[in-house]
Design a protein around this ligand. Structure first.
Ligand SMILES: [Zn+2]
Length: 261
């Protein structure tokens, strides 16, 4: 069972969150979800993947259902994740890498897959752009993680949280509009709550928000169809360590998993 704990993330303006959350990645979805109070403390860039020779392929090595069953996440990608998003526990990193992988596999049209001559796979998200995982040739283990985003996690970008390191006005707190509409579309924020937030910011913003919302809801995906992972199965996949403790966040590999520093 999931237990509630305090969100350790930060608002864009640097203030700590602390509201209770049961999300396994530790983000309550109410604050902006930054893992550090200021952008300066995060964003160490992991080296990009360099395949000697690659070929673009369309086949994805494993299916969504395989993620919980066979995929283990090595220590290296967990460390790469934690370097990029400081303040994240091993358990939270594992959860978020699995979530990214799950989405990449479930929506292959939104992913780009390349394979090295030696057989390794690199899967990169296209929408939202710029999050990659590296897989072993059999697709059963994650051996690398990288992102082009300076500090935001996949979940943050997906939820429409704006960068703190881009254009100066992008760091303003209390964003409303396109990002909020996306969060409504993703089911993270109830429609009426979002409307109220927009109204509070003034009629011009509220009108703009309505336009974004109409567009976002029109794009809302249809309900899961038979054969896709859903409900409890999905929870199983994204669940690694409800408490997010370091000790419990060891790589969940059968044998030979991870390179412990
Ligand atoms: Zn929070």
């Amino acid at each position: 069972m999931s237990t509630s704990r305090s969100c350790r993330r930060f608002y864009a303006n640097g203030s700590a969150c602390g509201v209770p959350t049961t999300y396994h990645d530790g983000w309550c979805r109410e604050c902006d979800g930054f893992t550090t109070s200021t952008p300066e403390r995060s964003g160490r860039t992991p080296p990009p993947y360099r395949f000697g020779e690659i070929r673009a392929v369309s086949d994805i090595p494993v299916r969504p259902n395989d993620v919980a069953e066979i995929v283990c996440v090595h220590r290296a990608p967990l460390n790469q994740f934690r370097d990029r998003h400081p303040g994240t526990s091993y358990g939270e990193a594992d959860t978020q890498i699995r979530r990214l992988l799950y989405d990449l596999l479930r929506h292959p049209a939104d992913a780009k897959a390349t394979r090295s001559v030696s057989g390794q796979w690199a899967l990169t998200s296209v929408r939202p752009y710029g999050f990659s995982v590296l897989l072993t040739s059999d697709g059963k283990a994650v051996t690398g993680y990288s992102t082009k985003h300076a500090e935001r996690t996949y979940a943050q970008v997906k939820a429409g949280v704006r960068t703190r390191t881009g254009t100066p006005n992008s760091a303003r707190p209390g964003r409303v509009g396109k990002g909020l509409a996306q969060r409504v579309r993703d089911g993270l924020v109830p429609e009426d709550t979002a409307r109220a937030a927009a109204l509070e910011k003034g009629e011009k913003v509220a009108a703009a928000f309505e336009r974004h919302l109409r567009r976002a809801l029109a794009k809302r995906e249809p309900a899961d169809t038979a054969g896709e992972v859903q409900g409890d199965e999905l929870r199983e996949i994204v669940t690694m360590d409800p408490d997010g403790t370091e000790a419990a966040g060891q790589p969940r590999c059968g044998t030979g998993g991870g390179t412990t520093p």
